[in-house]
Design a protein around this ligand. Structure first.
Ligand code: NPG
Length: 370
């Protein structure tokens, strides 16, 4: 396909309920979407960078800059056969993985339509249903959290993940376990602890957690390996895995027993599949993380989650948990058994509500081949 133009657009969407992590609270999302105009089908990608560089170095504004000045120009006017060819074309730019991921995934999105195959098949997926968990942010009170857990369990979700930080951890887990001793439960610290708090972290072992996600520094493997030796609970790495080589290093060091794969964090589908493959070889299970995506990123996460080593429920859940109205149709729905059934249609399997996307757009720029 020939890449004729790239449109960048920022949309704003208020969340149905605020989402709080150890680094802050989000009530409204600023989201960068990219559209790839080709001589064939149009591809769409979502950049998962946040408004501020708190989860990673990237933000909506740095991603816009990287796509406008460097990444889109590296694709414009080129004929590209497949999404897998994109990383080599963008490789001159260091970092900016979420920006790269948006563009690369848009190429895969177009390729799947062009080849008339479902995107998940193109990626090598084998599972036709994916198991869903939910991530529940820090709430104003423990009662509010318990109420939310109860709602999500009733909706069928198969794993409850709670955000934690010093002061919102052991007491909260105690209350949850008192009410639900058996549920599959994990916690996510988003780097809220240091190794100096190891005695405190050891107490997490009392709660039969499936995992503790990224307890220590966002860029670390070594100290996570030291921690893993001293706790029974499995470490799961998220922030520190930027690609295949990081996954190899973390596994070799014994820094984690589980890996969270976020397609934006690793720079696009090619690298996400590569991380999946090295983890599979090492018998490390993976699951798909979420970044409060709209339906575009969500549909791409569903496709990725069909690969065979996605054996743990992910953070990919129903559109209505985030948005009053999603930008795709149908909205993503989860069955009472906590499953998303994968579409057999060609492409991403969801239509875009282009009129609605236009209404939500606050900034737009189209770059064309010179
Ligand atoms: O359900 O999409 C979702 C959110 C899942 O917990 C989730 N995401 O650290 O993994 C994370 C966290 C996050 C959300 C991080 C937004 C950064 C921004």
């Amino acid at each position: 396909m020939k890449i004729e133009a790239v449109t960048l657009r920022e949309i704003r969407m208020p969340l149905v309920h605020f989402f709080e992590t150890s680094f802050g609270r989000t009530t409204e999302r600023r989201i960068l979407l990219v559209t790839l105009h080709t001589d064939g089908p149009e591809g769409w990608g979502e950049c998962v960078a946040g408004e501020d560089p708190f989860y990673s170095e990237e933000s909506v504004d740095t991603a816009w800059y990287a796509v406008e000045k460097h990444l889109a120009p590296a694709l414009l006017g080129k004929t590209i056969a497949k999404g897998a060819d994109v990383p080599a074309l963008l490789g001159r730019v260091r970092g900016h993985r979420m920006a790269k991921g948006a563009l690369e995934n848009a190429v895969w999105d177009a390729e799947a339509q062009e080849q008339r195959v479902p995107l998940w098949r193109l990626l090598g997926g084998t599972q036709t249903e994916i198991a869903c968990g939910v991530s529940i942010g820090i709430q104003n009170s423990v009662e509010q959290l318990l109420e939310k857990i109860s709602t999500e369990l009733a909706a069928g979700y198969r794993r409850i993940k709670v955000k934690c930080k010093p002061g919102w951890d052991l007491k909260v887990f105690e209350r949850i376990r008192a009410r639900w001793p058996e549920i599959l439960m994990s916690c996510d610290a988003n780097s809220a602890y240091t190794l100096g708090q190891i005695e405190h972290l050891k107490q997490f072992d009392r709660f039969n957690l499936l995992m503790i996600e990224q307890p220590l520094w966002h860029d670390d493997f070594y100290f996570h390996a030291l921690l893993q030796k001293q706790i029974k609970t499995a470490n799961c790495l998220d922030e520190s895995i930027h690609g295949r080589r990081d996954a190899c290093a973390a596994i070799e060091l014994g820094a984690c027993r589980i890996i969270n794969i976020k397609v934006g964090r690793v720079g696009g589908f090619s690298e996400a599949v590569a991380v999946h493959d090295v983890a599979q070889q090492a018998r490390i299970p993976v699951w798909c993380g979420g970044m409060l995506e709209t339906g575009i990123g969500r549909s791409h996460n569903i496709a990725l989650s069909t690969l065979p080593n996605f054996t743990l429920p992910g953070d990919v859940s129903a559109s209505k948990r985030y948005w009053k109205e999603d930008i795709i149709e149908p909205a993503v729905e989860v069955s009472p058994q906590g499953l998303i059934k994968v579409s057999q249609e060609a492409g991403r399997g969801f239509q875009l509500k282009t009129g609605f996307i236009e209404q939500l757009t606050v900034r737009k720029q189209t770059l064309r081949a010179q």
